[in-house]
Design a protein. Structure first.
Length: 275
């Protein structure tokens, strides 16, 4: 299956404008993140999906300079942007990773994608977010092109268009949905925030890169981050005020899948099946 990893990126963030191009030890945040994604062992193509806004020409220029595939589409309708990018690049399997995850672990991508491919006849959508157990900022959502197309055709609520995948989550009777829990049964989702959304997050991420990149290179692992945080627990306090702040929380009451989907444990995660 031709697999396309789509990283959605724009400069118009209201909380931290221009965050994807902020400097991170000599490289823009976006490049550091793409380096981490491309360090995964799985086979896939990578695409940056940005907007048609004039300011996002800077993202296009950066991608062209670094020979990274780039697509421009709708600013607010991320579902449309993902669909049209996948259509143009003839993807059979679409992986959604937001650009506010510069600490995403390459192993998280391998884990979720590997699980999907191992059970590809059983699922239309697999993520590590339903429920969350990985540190926030390791978001990986994988869907077939057919599932993405169905959502693109039928999703009508604004947050379904803005966030791409809620229509799929919210219809477990129509889509075969799977989830991958953090290995070993630990849950770091409420205690560890690796997302770039506020200035405090940027300070935290900078601190992680400053300590780990010189020794381990740009693709240092999640285990190495967790080990560092055990040695220097004060780092967690840098963005602790924003723990649990994410759009999924805002819409939790609307996403009935979070309550309605029945699950049973598997060796790598939780298998969600339509009723």
């Amino acid at each position: 299956m031709r697999t396309l990893v789509i990283v959605q990126a724009r400069l118009g963030s209201s909380r931290l404008p221009g965050k994807v191009l902020l400097p991170l030890l000599g490289e823009p945040v976006l490049i550091r993140m793409l380096d981490r994604i491309r360090a995964a062992k799985s086979a896939f193509d990578v695409l940056v999906a940005t907007t048609l806004e004039p300011e996002d020409a800077a993202i296009v220029s950066l991608c062209q300079e670094r020979k990274i595939a780039v697509f421009r589409g709708n600013t607010a309708d991320l579902l449309d942007r993902h669909y049209r990018a996948a259509l143009q690049f003839q993807a059979e399997l679409v992986v959604k990773i937001p650009s506010d995850c510069p600490l995403v672990d390459p192993a998280a991508l391998d884990c979720v994608l590997g699980y999907f491919l191992e059970h590809k006849r059983e699922f239309d959508f697999v993520s590590n977010l339903q429920p969350q157990s990985w540190p926030d900022g390791n978001d990986v959502e994988i869907m077939t092109f057919e599932a993405l197309r169905t959502a693109w055709l039928e999703a009508g609520r604004p947050f379904e268009r803005e966030h791409t995948t809620p229509f799929i989550w919210d219809n477990p009777e129509r889509f075969r949905i799977g989830n991958v829990l953090y290995p070993g049964g630990r849950d770091y989702s409420a205690s560890h925030r690796f997302v770039l959304d506020y200035e405090a997050d940027y300070q935290f991420i900078q601190a992680i890169f400053e300590r780990l990149l010189p020794e381990f290179g740009p693709a240092f692992s999640l285990l190495q981050i967790l080990d560092l945080l055990k040695r220097e627990p004060d780092l967690l306090a840098l963005n602790q005020a924003h723990l649990g702040v994410c759009w999924q929380q805002k819409h939790r009451q609307e996403l009935k899948t979070l309550h309605a989907v029945q699950s049973s444990p598997s060796s790598t995660g939780t298998r969600h099946a339509a009723g």
